[in-house]
Design a binder for this molecule. Structure first.
Ligand SMILES: O=C(CO)COP(=O)(O)O
Length: 253
């Protein structure tokens, strides 16, 4: 039984591409037949974000929105190299990814940073793709549920309204490794996340909360993952840079 919520598919382009290749990716996407019930969000690097947004707007493709891959929680000031949540709103970028494991591991973002960024993004009016997930070591020590619960609790302390949050469960060991979680492994954790949401935020919020999976999602594994009751879509890295992204958008067709 697949999830009753509509499919949400995000493409996290990470630090890849050129102005030209970004345009080509969008060209391919808008020329393809896409499941109209899938909500699609693409997250180009900051340097390409506005070009991609303008290009999508010119194509008047209503189902594809843009996202930033990160943002800073202060509105303005002496924060060299950062882009604020308010600047994203000003530039009409509707989504932001927060707490990606690469930000957590490579750039030292702790749970409290992720929480304050999520709070600021929502207060500014953005929608948030909130990333959580355990490392291989944590999974082997059977700590998966306690790690994701800790990550969610940190945000819940700051944020009470979760209606504009999509939770992306991305096990770190599955990111960029080709080692996808089995649909059963992913479903187990997604179901725990929904139980967490029911207990902290209430059953009706939990029923509506979109919980998407990320980590080596590809055309060949997305269909089975998308049949699971608590998997509402995907956050795609590598495959979002390839034509197969279209197959992932169409996973439920
Ligand atoms: O990190 C990811 C998406 O945010 C997943 O990356 P891959 O799909 O390349 O494993």
């Amino acid at each position: 039984m697949s999830s009753p919520r509509g499919l949400f598919v995000g493409g996290n382009w990470k630090m890849n591409g050129t102005l030209d290749s970004s345009k080509k990716l969008i060209d391919h996407l808008i020329a393809s037949k896409l499941d109209e019930s899938t909500e699609i969000v693409v997250a180009p690097p900051f340097i390409h974000l506005l070009q991609v947004k303008d290009y999508l707007q010119a194509s008047s493709h209503p189902n594809i929105k843009v996202s930033a891959q990160n943002a800073y929680h202060k509105s303005s000031g002496a924060f060299t190299g950062e882009v604020s949540v308010d600047q994203l709103v000003d530039a009409q970028v509707p989504w932001v990814i927060i707490g990606h494991s690469e930000r957590r591991t490579l750039f030292g973002e702790a749970d409290h940073n992720v929480a304050e960024k999520t709070k600021a993004a929502l207060e500014a009016g953005l929608s948030v793709i909130l990333c959580i997930g355990e490392t291989l070591e944590q999974r082997e020590k059977d700590e998966t549920v306690s790690v994701v619960t800790r990550q969610l609790n940190a945000v819940e302390q700051e944020v009470k309204d979760w209606s504009k949050i999509v939770v992306a469960y991305e096990p770190v060991w599955a990111i960029g490794t080709g080692k996808v979680a089995t649909s059963q492994q992913a479903q187990e954790v997604h179901s725990e996340i929904r139980k967490w949401a029911a207990s902290k935020l209430g059953q009706s919020v939990a029923n509506k909360l979109r919980i998407i999976y990320g980590g080596s999602v590809a055309a060949k594994n997305c269909k089975e993952l998308s049949t699971q009751a608590d998997i509402d879509g995907f956050l795609v890295g590598g495959a979002s840079l390839k034509p197969e992204f279209v197959d992932i958008v169409n996973a439920r067709l």
